[in-house]
Design a protein around this ligand. Structure first.
Ligand code: NAD
Ligand code: MG
Length: 359
């Protein structure tokens, strides 16, 4: 088993990574202030993984309530959040009842937000079951729901007590979802870890074959990198924004095509290529670096060419992004391969990157 510690002064916690963690409830039991939990999951994940977890907890005398939500980003809403509260209040869940999120990032974000506000805050454990959730959304304490006027606009920072990344759950993950997780993994290499980027180049084929050791290394390393960045800047006053590499372009792609057409990870992948093209335009990375980035992303089963929405539309969509600071669009750019920074781009550079990077 691999262990990554998130060293937050006020609330440090462990991220455990291994196969078959779901039934190893000895990691959960000592953290429960009361032998009572509510597992929040969805209709896809429940039949696959809820019974094992529930049986293992009940065998240890834990009272378990399951709250099964509809599946999909479109349900990451106030209405669905309220279904969690209906379930908790209906069963008279208490302030010491622990909420367990069992699912991908949608379930993790919603359950975390519910835990942050139910009775002004109850304990919360993450059991992420997608690759993206294991390397990204379950780590760092951002929780949210969507609003019709913006994604993740209603939420809070609320840290879990524990993250259990059970690699066996990835066996059932559809290939597109698996690749979407790889996009965020590649991102960690590009942010500040050339050695990890090179490890990924050497191991992308075994990773795509979902080899356990390779996956364990990739998840552990990604969590370490994210944990380091989050611990230094929990509430995103500065360097945490590096985690948005590829995301400003990516969000424009997602919004421009209509949410759901491309997966978030797919849009981030193409967005990282655009960020690389802009960085090359600025003379900061070479044509060879750009090729290496594009080749790795392609081998991960991800798009490298962005949709031709037109530069005007991209600029419009990016200006609406929430990471806009006093009218200027912030971009995460590459100073060199494996080293990114928070910068700004002029319109001609953005246009040049889009010309080179769109279909
Ligand atoms: P998701 O939660 O929608 O899961 C993707 C699909 O896979 C769903 O249909 C889900 O039911 C299914 N699934 C989950 N586990 C499975 C398994 N083991 N086997 C088979 N199918 C499985 O999507 P996601 O990519 O995990 O998460 C995306 C969400 O995460 C977005 O809402 C995004 O805003 C959020 N997010 C949050 C953070 C954060 O820091 N909090 C970071 C990144 C993303
Ligand atoms: Mg992301």
């Amino acid at each position: 088993m691999r262990l990554v510690k998130l060293d937050l002064d006020h609330a440090p916690y462990d991220i455990l990574i291994a196969r078959d963690l779901l039934t190893q409830v000895q990691h959960i039991l000592p953290l429960l202030p009361q032998k009572r939990v509510a597992i929040v999951t969805n209709e896809t994940v429940a039949p696959l993984y809820l019974p094992q977890l529930q049986v293992a907890l009940e065998a240890n005398g834990v009272q378990v309530q399951a709250i099964v939500l509809p599946d999909g980003e479109k349900y990451k809403t106030w209405e669905t959040l309220n279904l969690i509260f209906d379930g908790l209040l209906g069963a008279r869940a208490e302030r010491k009842t622990t909420l367990i999120a069992l699912g991908g990032g949608v379930i993790g974000d919603m359950t975390g937000f519910a835990a942050a506000v139910y009775q002004r805050g109850v304990p919360f454990i993450q059991i992420p079951t997608t690759l993206l959730a294991q390397v990204d959304s379950s780590v760092g304490g951002k929780t949210a729901i969507n609003h019709p006027l913006g994604k993740n606009m209603i939420g809070s920072f609320y840290q879990p007590k524990l993250v259990l990344a059970d690699l066996s759950t990835l066996d059932t993950l559809p290939p597109r979802e698996f690749s979407a997780g790889l996009a965020e993994i590649i991102k960690y290499g590009l942010i500040d870890d050339l050695a990890f980027f090179e490890w990924l180049e050497a191991n992308i084929d075994v990773l795509m074959a979902r080899d356990t050791d390779a996956l364990a290394h990739a998840v552990e390393h990604s969590c370490q990198n994210k944990a380091r960045i989050v611990a230094a800047d929990e509430k995103e006053h500065g360097q945490r924004a590096l985690l948005n590499l590829g995301h400003t372009f990516g969000h424009a792609i997602e919004a421009g095509l209509g949410y759901g057409a491309w997966l978030h990870g797919e849009a981030v992948a193409a967005g990282m290529v655009l960020a690389a093209l802009a960085s090359k335009e600025l003379g900061q990375i070479s044509a060879t670096d750009l090729e290496r980035i594009t080749a790795l992303i392609a081998k991960a089963g991800l798009p490298t060419v962005s949709p031709a929405l037109g530069a005007e539309r991209y600029l419009d969509l990016m200006a609406q992004d929430k990471k806009v600071d006093a009218g200027k669009i912030k971009f995460i750019l590459m100073r060199r391969l494996g080293e990114s920074y928070i910068g700004e781009l002029t319109v001609p550079v953005i246009q040049a990157a889009l010309t080179a990077g769109c279909a």
